[in-house]
Design a protein around this ligand. Structure first.
Ligand code: ACM
Length: 358
């Protein structure tokens, strides 16, 4: 019995050692949401500098969301003429966007610092700003505006031909700007109520033999994924994308916790772990920082220091599917550069050390 115990202990130690043998994860990411609040080119360059000082090698740039579309797309100029601006509750106009020239400069600067920028165009939810710019993208009629409040919005992209034409054009320009092997296409928090009431979606479901609204989401994501594959790019999607099925080449970014990542790694998919209880830097780090929103927990630095994207419940081979980890900085409650650094540091330093033991 005692021998068996020692044997198991030895095996476990060896397994843990082999899982930690690689000193640096291949993917060491930091994210920034520039949709909820916009940060200009100079701030982004400083953000890149700071990431590079802490072993981060991927910058996940969350460029589109309900409250703002932040990247110039020449074929669809209203995305930034209309979608980059919102009227705040006090009546002021708020917004901004990056011109393609600025994006090129930022991408080049990041490359000099050994950072690859992964752009995110969030589909098919979190798309109110795109819909306000081009209402044909929606399944519903009525007035469309760029929202000035936070949350999850029901108006999402409608899977019609015209929407795919739009998305392919957006992806053409995104791919021309970003040499990244990965493009993030979102897939998180997609309420299906607008699809349930749409005749066009019913017709699509019949035609394509889709038997659930999750399959409709998969239909959209996989069409965009296939399109991006023809350009030699792989897609990263948030964990919810697993619900409707994904392709073998999809990379899952697990954010609600580790569950989606574990499920994906078991299926043999590659995974980036960004579990919110450890990796959401918009959540306060200390009790002195008041929680600005009910959905937040505390993400103390000690937790970040201990972050290991690999999981005990996965075997060594499954753990090999975990490319690395990422922390996110959502900006609903981050509206100044000073607040941005406050949220980022020193947790970014802890993240860099956790992902790259030098
Ligand atoms: C997310 O936090 N909605 C990915």
């Amino acid at each position: 019995m005692k021998r068996l115990f020692i044997y198991v202990l030895l095996l476990r130690t060896l397994q843990a050692w082999s899982q930690d043998a690689n000193p640096c994860f291949e993917y060491r990411g930091m994210h920034l949401d520039v949709a909820r609040h916009f940060f200009d080119k100079e701030v982004i360059l400083r953000y890149i500098d700071t990431m590079s000082q802490h072993h981060i090698n991927y910058f996940h740039w969350h460029l589109t969301d309900d409250q703002g579309w932040r990247i110039e797309i020449k074929q669809y100029p209203l995305l930034t003429e209309t979608g980059a601006w919102r009227t705040e509750k006090n009546g002021t106009r708020y917004g901004g966007f990056y011109t393609q020239q600025e994006v090129k400069e930022i991408v080049q600067y990041a490359a000099q610092k050994n950072i690859t920028i992964v752009p995110e165009i969030d589909l098919p939810g979190h798309s109110s700003a795109a819909i306000a710019s081009y209402p044909f993208l929606s399944c519903t009629k009525g007035e469309k505006t760029v929202p000035n409040s936070w949350g999850i919005f029901r108006d999402i992209l409608c899977p019609r031909d015209s929407t795919f034409t739009f998305l392919y054009a957006v992806m053409d320009e995104v791919c021309a700007l970003f040499p990244s092997p990965y493009i993030h296409i979102g897939g998180d928090e997609v309420p299906k109520s607008a699809w349930k009431q749409s005749k066009d979606v019913s017709a699509l479901m019949q035609k394509e033999k889709l038997n659930s609204y999750e399959s409709v989401q998969h239909y959209i994501m996989s069409r965009i994924e296939s399109y991006l594959q023809t350009k030699g790019r792989r897609c990263i999607m948030w964990g919810e994308a697993l619900r409707g099925g994904v392709s073998d080449s999809t990379i899952i970014m697990s954010w609600r916790g580790r569950g989606a990542g574990i499920q994906a790694a078991r299926k043999g998919l590659q995974v980036i772990m960004a579990p919110r209880f450890t990796c959401y830097f918009d959540y306060p780090a200390t009790i002195q920082d008041k929680k600005p929103a009910w959905w937040m927990t505390y993400t103390p630095i000690k937790k970040v220091e201990r972050f290991n994207p690999r999981c005990r419940v996965l075997n060594a081979q499954q753990n090999q599917n975990i490319l690395g980890g990422e922390a996110t900085l959502w900006t609903e409650y981050v509206n100044t550069e000073q607040q941005l650094w406050h949220q980022l540091l020193p947790r970014l330093e802890a993240l860099g050390k956790a992902l790259c033991k030098q």
